[in-house]
Design a protein around this ligand. Structure first.
Ligand SMILES: Nc1ncnc2c1ncn2[C@@H]1O[C@H](COP(=O)(O)OP(=O)(O)O)[C@@H](O)[C@H]1O
Ligand SMILES: [Mg+2]
Length: 441
């Protein structure tokens, strides 16, 4: 009985990290002198249970994900922010995880697929998946161990798919974390997140998956994790494929197997830059084009505004004053942004740079970086008259940008030099701007 009590308390404590409103109590089922059973009475405990608040099943993210438009970008960004905070506070474990742990997951997947998938799936596909997985594992073996040593392996959620997240009072709330298996619960935080990304991809919600990735990296700066992402996504999809086969459910498993393979299909990285004065719509356009660029879940967007906040050690939406906009600070921000782009491309991932890029030197440096890796470069310059930019800046809400109408006016006097990027008339609405950009890209 002590073990049951402990298990229930453990479930309560661990799940309260993300869902304190759902996990109410651990209660004993007690027996009184007449032999009648009570919940939380004071007789002898015959079992233990977790008391949870009931919620509406239609509010599970898995249900919402099937209704077009039901899950919003704002909700998903909110979820990403709370998951980042959850992971940041989670217990670091350096004695688990790393290459050995991921290799064990890969082996377990291959065996389970062989065992349960034989009738259902194509043998050559399963073999190809196992081979590609081993190749990827080998490619990131050292990185996985380094990430563990650096503290990225933590007691996370462990089972972060869409059926384990519920919209509660408008906020996506993860619940039902793994509490019984340390190998599943203690993983690289990016592997933890990969379950959510895989499920969003499977539901064709690439834009939301891209938003999760980008908001997480905005906060963490963990660009290097991108190198592990294809492996992590694929392993999560493979789990879905073999679990589906084992449960003899027919339908989604095959889609997950295809996804698992697709995640491991290499895609050539490329670098894109979106420049323009404040309020020209760079961040809006970058966000729109990112999902379709490169492999799942689309390009990482590296924003000068976000990097400046990270360098200053303040929150994304905290305002910075003029002291953070000196030439020296600006130089550091552009250098860091290029550095992050370099790491993204080295990891095989596509990157979009989002910054003003008013100076020819900065623009040339972006192009030169792509040259270092011999990857394609496209610069998009958004041209918008001052009055429109000022109007747009006035509309900006909850954004990392500190631009004001005065900043916009000052920028109007900049000498931009020769702009040898694609110049777009960005007074157009976002939809048509996105189409113009797509044509160029
Ligand atoms: N093409 C557009 N048409 C209308 N409004 C836009 C357009 N592009 C951006 N906006 C709006 O203008 C504001 C500033 O856009 P943002 O993308 O943040 O600009 P930047 O990143 O260049 O400073 C946002 O509120 C955004 O919704
Ligand atoms: Mg911006």
């Amino acid at each position: 009985m002590a073990a049951r009590k402990h298990a229930c308390e453990q479930e309560l404590t661990l799940n309260r990290r993300t869902a304190p409103d759902i996990y109410l109590d651990a209660l004993a089922i007690t027996k009184d002198s007449t032999g009648a059973l009570h919940l939380g009475g004071d007789g002898e405990a015959v079992d233990w249970v977790v008391k949870m608040r009931r919620f509406d099943q239609d509010q599970l993210l898995d249900a919402l994900a099937r209704i077009p438009g039901a899950l919003t970008r704002a909700q998903i960004e909110d979820l990403s922010e709370s998951l980042f905070a959850f992971h940041a506070a989670a217990e670091i474990v350096r004695t688990q995880g790393g290459h050995a742990a991921m290799a064990a997951f890969a082996r377990a997947n291959a065996e389970a697929l062989d065992k349960f998938g034989a009738e259902k799936y194509d043998k050559t596909e399963m073999t190809r998946l196992a081979d590609l997985t081993m190749l990827r594992l080998a490619a990131v073996a050292e990185l996985l161990d380094r990430r563990r040593d650096d503290g990225h392996v933590r007691r996370g959620h462990g089972d972060l798919h869409l059926r384990n997240i519920v919209l509660l009072k408008g906020r996506p709330t993860p619940f039902d974390c793994i509490e019984f298996n340390e190998d599943f619960a203690i993983v690289d935080t990016m592997y933890d997140l990969a379950f959510l990304l895989t499920d969003l991809e499977h539901r064709d919600l690439r834009e939301l998956a891209n938003a999760v990735l980008n908001r997480t990296i905005d906060l963490s700066g963990d660009i290097v994790a991108l190198a592990c992402l294809p492996l992590f996504l694929s392993l999560r999809a493979a789990v879905r494929a073999h679990v589906d086969a084992a449960q003899k459910k027919f339908g989604e498993g095959a889609e997950y197997l295809d996804l698992a393979l697709d995640f491991l299909t290499p895609r050539a990285p490329r670098l894109i830059a979106v420049g323009g004065l404040s309020g020209s719509g760079k961040s809006s356009l970058a966000r729109r084009i990112a999902p379709a660029i490169g492999g799942a879940p689309g390009a990482v967007v590296l924003r000068s505004d976000v990097i400046r906040k990270r360098l200053a050690g303040v929150g994304l939406y905290d305002k910075l004053d003029a002291a953070s906009y000196t030439q020296e600070m600006s130089g550091r921000v552009y250098t860091r942004m290029l550095d992050e782009a370099r790491r993204a491309i080295a990891a095989g991932h596509c990157a979009i740079l989002d910054a003003v890029y008013a100076g020819p030197g900065e623009r040339d440096a972006a192009r030169a970086l792509a040259g270092e890796f011999d990857v394609p470069f496209d610069g998009l310059w958004l041209e918008v008259p001052l009055s429109v930019r000022q109007h747009r800046i006035g509309k900006q809400r909850k954004d990392a940008s500190d631009a004001t109408e005065e900043v916009a006016r000052a920028q109007d006097r900049y000498d931009l030099g020769l702009i040898d990027w694609h110049i777009l008339d960005a007074t157009a609405d976002l939809g048509s701007l996105e189409r113009q950009a797509a044509q160029i890209l």
